[in-house]
Every structure is written in C-alpha cells, then in structure tokens.
Write a new protein. Structure first.
Length: 419
C-alpha cells in the first residue's frame, strides 16, 4: 500500500554547486561572475569540474575541457576544494533535517537530495510548493547557495521536473503531475536528458528507432525486456511516469546482507577497456557467492572518476529472481554502466551483490532455469574446484592476458586460494 500511495516528493539540487561554493567563499555572485573550477596544473586539457551559471548562459559546459571554452570568453580558474564542498553539503543537509526526519531524506549525491514531505504538509499547514519555497529560501539565507527543486507524486517525476524545467523558472521550482506526462515527459529529446539514460543507452535506443521519451513510452515493453532485461521494463515504466520506489526502499537495500568488491585502478580507464575490469570483478564476487551457496536479488555498480573530478555514480537493479550467474550479473552491471557513464576517466570500480539468499531456501523458477544457466553452473563448479586446488591463476580467461587486465596481478597479491 505504501508504494502505491500518492506522495509529495521534493528533489532539490544545489545549482552549479562547486562553482557556487567558491563564489560564496569569495563574496562573488555566481550569476554574474565567470568562474571555472579546474585543476590548474593540468593546463588547457584540464576538465572543467564546474562553471558558474553566468558562464553556462554563454554556452560553457561543465565536465568539458578548458580548451573547449571559446577564446573570446574571459574567466577565472580556481582549484577544487573538496573539503569546502563537503562542509557546505553538510550544512544544507542539516537544513533538510530541520524540515523532515532522516528516514524521509535520501542523500543522492553531494549536491542533490530527495525529501518525502507527504506526511509533513498538514503539520506545516503548507502545500508542497509552499514548503519547497521555504526550504529553498532557507538554504539561500543560511548558506548563500541557490537551489532548484522538482516536485512530483513520485521520485521520478520530481527528479525529471527538476532536471528539465525547474532551472528555467523564476522561482527555481517545477511541479510535474500525472497530467504532465504526455506533454512534458514524452517531449524530452535527446534521450540522455532523461534521468537514468546515459549516452551509451541513448545510442542503443536510437538504433531501435527510439529518439524521444514518447517513443520509448509507446514501445513494446516485452521487446525492451528481451533487449535489456528487467532494466527494459524500468525504462518503459519511467517513460510512462511510473515509479513505485520510495526513499525507504533505498535504505533497506543499503542495510541488507551483501558482498562487495572494489578496485582502485592504477591508470585512467574508459568505456573501451573498463568492461574487462568489471567482468573480472564479477567473476570474483560470483565465485564467493557460489562458495557460500548464496544468490543475490540486487546488483549494484559503482564508478568513481579520477581524483580531479572526485565524482561518479552508484546504482542498483533489483531482480525478480535471485542469481549467482556471472553472465547474468555482468549483463546488469553493463546495463547500469551504459545508462550512467559520463565519458570521464575512471579510477575506481565497485560491484555489489545484495539481498543475499541461501540457495537451499531459494525457490527455483522452472521457466528461468534453462539449459544455458544449468550448463554455466556445472562449468563454474569445475572451475572453482580447479582454482581452489591449484590457485586462482591456474585457470584464467583470455582477456586476463590483455594489458588492461588486473586479474593476474591482483590474484598474486591476495593469494592463490579463495578467501
């Protein structure tokens, strides 16, 4: 019942956060001053981690390169100060907690949060719009930072309303309701402007003749599921404004039993070579699950960009049926990667398998357990026995011989047998 209950969700983002923090510290107005946050030591090839709204209006984009800024635009460069941004973020979060309890707050990133204000409106005797106005006003008065806010009956509509419309409105607020779906949500193009659709996923969908969210909403959901698995159904649901998740769901998954494997990389990786690393990490974590006779119902992938960017993403997919299949888990990890990767240099990867179930307690699905999955299980059992007896490097994939692989060296460091 709680998931189907109509809610009032706020999604609040701090506008041009890094650049605005730097301006506030210097007594400058980010809406009138040309400031860029980037590592000066890297010269013109440095990534612009943030630019002020003033520069954005002139066509300068965040996450570009300094040399891409037109020569006729003058600007100042400052080095990033992550400690400052973390401090400011904490200040804003404390403001949110003055309005809602911790269980109704989801910190989505350093500059973005979701607030479920459904049960607070009667107490404050305000509409969701009036409460959003008060929160944004409080943030500005206490921190000097400008925020934008999306309001929706679910997390998706709140987020997309904020991303697409709020920044263009004078009050920095956009409210999207069910009757806005066809007019506003379906009109979104290119697809990557939509929350949860990255550039690579956009390319995959374009190949299927899908160019607007309306195209996706009217596509056959069964074909999307065949192509992208459970993520295909999520794409179709989101295109139709359907999102049954609530903030408490994210907190439950975070607290559930899980196996996680992280790796800090010795050089920058990108979309061309990172999938080797992800595949190797999935092999490690699924071997651990098989050893402990576990299957996972929730698969997560985290990507951390280089330290100069100090950002990244972590997202999860909840499965209908638990699995410890490396093929299945890798498929979902790569779908997450394709959806959210921003074409930036990668220095850290995390793979998580959560909501674990004992295999003997798992109800088998006769329609899901096909010959391929059964054969994979038998092959993996033999491989696990060989590696346990002779060491992890006794049997490796051909891709582990490539220069970008880290499997052989990592196996030497952590020992030849399963931990």
């Amino acid at each position: 019942m709680e998931h189907n209950f109509k809610r009032s969700i706020l999604c609040i983002d701090l506008k041009s956060f890094f650049a605005s923090c730097e301006c506030v510290e210097r007594g400058l107005n980010p809406f009138t001053y040309p400031l860029v946050v980037a590592n000066k030591k890297q010269g013109q090839g440095a990534i612009t981690l943030a630019v002020t709204p003033y520069l954005k209006e002139q066509g300068v984009k965040s996450r570009g390169r300094l040399y891409e800024i037109p020569k006729n635009i003058k600007y100042d460069i400052v080095n990033p100060q992550m400690s400052l941004y973390v401090t400011k973020s904490k200040e804003v979060i404390s403001i949110y907690l003055d309005f809602v309890s911790e269980e109704d707050l989801l910190v989505y990133s350093i500059d973005e949060c979701f607030l479920d204000v459904t049960h607070y409106l009667k107490m404050y005797k305000k509409t969701d719009y009036e409460l959003a106005l008060e929160i944004l006003k409080t943030i500005y008065e206490k921190t000097g930072l400008t925020a934008t806010c999306g309001i929706g009956s679910n997390m998706l509509l709140a987020k997309v309303g904020m991303d697409i419309e709020a920044k263009h409105n004078k009050d920095n607020i956009a409210k999207w309701e069910d009757n806005d779906i066809k007019e506003k949500l379906w009109a979104i193009t290119p697809l990557s402007k939509m929350w949860g659709i990255g550039k690579q996923m956009e390319q995959n969908l374009n190949k299927m003749g899908i160019y607007k969210i309306g195209d996706l909403a009217n596509y056959n959901p069964l074909e999307l599921k065949d192509k992208f698995g459970i993520m295909g159904i999520e794409l179709w649901n989101h295109a139709n404004g359907i999102d049954t998740s609530i903030i408490k769901d994210y907190k439950k998954i975070a607290k559930s039993e899980s196996y996680s494997h992280s790796q800090v990389l010795f050089k920058d990786y990108n979309e061309n070579n990172i999938k080797i690393i992800i595949s190797e990490m999935v092999d490690v974590i699924t071997a651990r699950m098989r050893e402990h006779k576990k299957r996972a119902r929730c698969i997560g992938l985290g990507i951390g960009y280089s330290k100069d960017i100090n950002d990244g993403f972590y997202h999860q997919i909840k499965l209908d049926i638990s699995t410890n299949s490396a093929i299945e888990i890798l498929k979902y990890c790569l779908i997450i990667f394709d959806k959210f990767y921003e074409y930036l240099p990668i220095r850290k990867v995390t793979v998580t398998c959560a909501e674990l179930e004992k295999i003997e307690n798992t109800q088998l699905n006769l329609f899901a357990e096909d010959d391929t999955s059964l054969q994979e299980g038998m092959v993996n059992e033999v491989i696990d026995k060989i590696k346990t007896k002779f060491g992890k490097n006794s049997l490796i994939k051909a891709t582990s011989l490539l220069n970008d692989s880290t499997a052989i060296e990592r196996n030497k460091k952590i020992g030849g047998h399963f931990e």
